[in-house]
Design a protein around this ligand. Structure first.
Ligand code: NAG
Length: 277
């Protein structure tokens, strides 16, 4: 073979290997998942059940999204709160596993849990640890994979949204006695006919307990650009948590974050999860 024939041979070999690799991916899963990748902006409500060799079962649920520019995979847009079979409570004098009083958070960031269109799953959970694997089987809306003797199952519903596990029902949760958001405007200007401001918000611990984890929602905040926010972790456009480098806020201490948003009216923030409760 001369040099150029040799190169062509190499390219053909590469293409062949790529093709073989692609075919090894789980066809059945790709087919089931294709439903969630047909158009950018597809949402999926997902229930995730994990069974460990010792019998412990974790159940979490939350919401994921496939959207170009956000994620090429189906990725989490919220924290996927979970409950555990080993966390029991006495509920109305009856033994109750999966106590919602001891619910846990899986993800403090978006894109920590993703399912690719060929069935590759990666999970970076603060409570379940990190794992990645290819799905073993997919039937209808149920997908599963086994890795290190742990069974991961996922149930997907397209275009639906789950409410957070453990959220207050009947009334909206209020944690005014624990946390206060105090916002200042640092400056405003007009750009192309629209007013924008730089805001700075202090998250103040006004309670008696240290705060180790905090997730909060916003209302009325339209960032100038999605990246125009500093000092918090962005879970989704509407939900935030303390920045990774903040491990706690002691009583009467505060942390700050800042952002550039439309208008001059400070947005409203409400706590959706606080730990310890
Ligand atoms: C998943 O499957 C792909 C192709 O089928 C393979 O290249 C990859 O190594 C697999 N990953 C794991 C973690 O098994």
């Amino acid at each position: 073979m001369n040099r150029s024939e040799n190169n062509i041979f190499k390219i053909l070999l590469f293409l062949l290997l790529t093709l073989v690799n692609r075919c090894r991916g789980n066809e059945q899963c790709s087919q089931v998942l294709s439903d969630y990748f047909q158009s950018s902006g597809t949402r999926a409500a997902i229930q995730m059940t994990t069974i460990y060799p010792n019998g412990k079962i974790l159940y979490s649920r939350g919401n994921s999204l496939f959207e170009r520019g956000f994620s090429n995979d189906l990725s989490n847009v919220d924290s996927y709160y979970g409950i555990s079979s080993t966390e029991t409570a006495c509920f109305q004098s009856k033994e109750q596993p999966f106590s919602v009083k001891k619910s846990f958070v899986n993800f403090f960031d978006s894109r920590s849990f993703s399912i690719s269109r060929d069935g590759f799953v990666s999970i970076y959970s603060v409570s379940q640890g990190s794992v990645s694997f290819n799905l073993t089987s997919c039937r209808g809306q149920i997908l599963y994979g086994v890795v290190n003797d742990v069974l991961y199952t996922f149930h997907l519903v397209k275009d639906q949204k789950y409410q957070m596990i453990g959220r207050e029902c009947g009334t909206e949760p209020v944690y005014d006695d624990r946390v206060q958001f105090v916002t200042k405007i640092l400056g405003s200007w007009v750009d192309n006919g629209d007013t924008y401001s730089t805001f700075e918000t202090e998250i103040q611990n006004v309670g008696n307990l240290e705060i180790n984890a905090l997730v909060f929602n916003q209302e009325g905040m339209e960032l100038k650009h999605p990246s125009n926010i500093w000092g918090v972790s962005v879970i989704s456009k509407y939900q935030f948590s303390l920045a990774n480098y903040i491990h706690s806020i002691a009583p009467s201490q505060y942390v700050k974050f800042s952002y550039i948003a439309r208008g001059m009216v400070p947005p409203k923030f409400t706590v959706s999860y606080i730990s310890p409760k």
